[in-house]
Ligand binder design. Structure first.
Ligand code: SAM
Ligand code: SF4
Ligand code: SF4
Length: 334
């Protein structure tokens, strides 16, 4: 297995299939920036499915066992189910997941499960319709997403829910969300607001830390940590002591996990990013379309890039970290 400068292998690949989205979440794609004049990628700029398969093949040789499809909103990429079906041939992929805002999930879940998808992570930040609508920038309440979650479960997909928590915005939703998903037996993961991209107005004092979230949950629920020392899970996991469900905390800001970060990301236009907070990626599309390309040359190129990787942005972030241009979350997915 290939290892980077800190001995981290490469186990997870996140593929952004599209940079467009049908929501405008304030913390990700604020409407005032991602408005009608924003220049999204053209279809012709996307990596083609055949090129993505070439990449997946090389990445599995490097150690990748988990693939997550994301965006933007991946359900907006035409041909998604066909692409998933084509991923079946890679026996090394043990886990095939998709992250979605859930808007179109109710009608698509059956087709995706049939194609071979194993699980979905659905993002939902509030149950209060007005607040949820404000956070997603499109005035859409939670019902459609909740219907998507049920649709996914009925189709046989494993489901998790991601809730981004931002101080002064939706910390009042932590307990209602915990109650609902505990009752449903669905794992809910609370995500600390991160300083991704360049436009979400991030400040350290807007981060509700995992510790604060735990303290709040403890006022109502009894739970215990799940031992995850043997796995490279980035979420800190807990189970309710009555066995009803589990939940997780993604403490990227307050307790960074760069030392365990074994993920590579591919943007919709075919750049390789070795960190969520990178400024620049490595162009793979140009390489895949050049005369130099061969499966072996691609493998060598990816391995060479991974070996020199030294990313640890979250470990060295401070409130005073200069605001350099970072890649947008909607461009490479979470
Ligand atoms: N559109 C899909 C969705 O919303 O699930 C997939 C892409 S979205 C970029 C993936 C995840 O990133 C979502 O769960 C979202 O909450 C999270 N995310 C976006 N901006 C974030 C930020 N500033 N800090 C932490 N998580 C963020
Ligand atoms: Fe779209 Fe997901 Fe970003 Fe929200 S978090 S704007 S749904 S890409
Ligand atoms: Fe991985 Fe970069 Fe996040 Fe650290 S900051 S966990 S290296 S993506």
């Amino acid at each position: 297995m290939v290892a980077d400068t800190r001995g981290r292998g490469l186990t997870d690949l996140r593929i952004s299939l599209i940079d467009q989205c049908n929501l405008r979440c304030t913390y990700c794609m604020p409407a005032e920036i991602f408005g009608p004049d924003y220049r999204f990628l053209k279809r012709t700029e996307w990596l083609r499915f055949g090129e993505l398969y070439d990449l997946v093949r090389a990445f599995t040789r490097l150690g990748v066992r988990k693939v997550r499809l994301t965006g933007g909103e991946p359900l907006l990429r035409p041909g998604l189910a066909k692409f998933i079906r084509g991923l079946r041939r890679f026996e090394a992929i043990e886990d095939l997941a998709l992250t979605t805002n859930g808007l179109r999930l109710a009608e698509r879940a059956g087709e995706l499960a049939e194609a071979g998808l194993h699980r979905v992570t659905v993002s939902l930040d509030a149950l209060d319709p007005e607040l949820n609508g404000r956070m997603n920038g499109r005035g859409i309440g939670p019902e459609v997403v909740l219907a998507g979650i049920e649709g996914a479960r009925s189709a046989g997909l494993a489901v998790k829910v991601n809730m981004l928590v931002e101080r002064g915005v939706n910390e009042g939703e932590i307990l209602p969300m915990a109650r609902l998903f505990r009752d449903k037996g669905i794992p809910l993961r609370f995500i600390e607001f991160m300083d991704t991209g360049n436009h979400n107005g991030w400040r350290m004092d807007r981060v509700v830390t995992g510790r604060e979230i735990l303290a709040l949950l403890a006022t109502e629920h009894a739970f215990e940590p799940i031992d995850t020392t043997s796995s490279r899970m980035v979420a800190k996991r807990y189970r309710y002591t009555d066995g009803s469900a589990e939940f997780g905390l993604i403490t990227s800001v307050s307790q960074p996990f760069c030392g365990d970060c074994t993920r590579a990301r591919i943007s919709a236009d075919g750049q390789l990013f070795t960190c969520l907070f990178a400024t620049r990626g490595t162009d793979l599309k140009g390489f895949l379309r050049s005369e130099e390309y061969s499966p072996e040359a691609l493998y060598e190129k990816l391995a060479a890039r991974w070996r020199v990787r030294d990313d640890r942005y979250s470990e060295i972030r401070t409130s005073a970290t200069p605001k350099g241009e970072k890649v947008e979350m909607s461009f490479i997915g979470g």
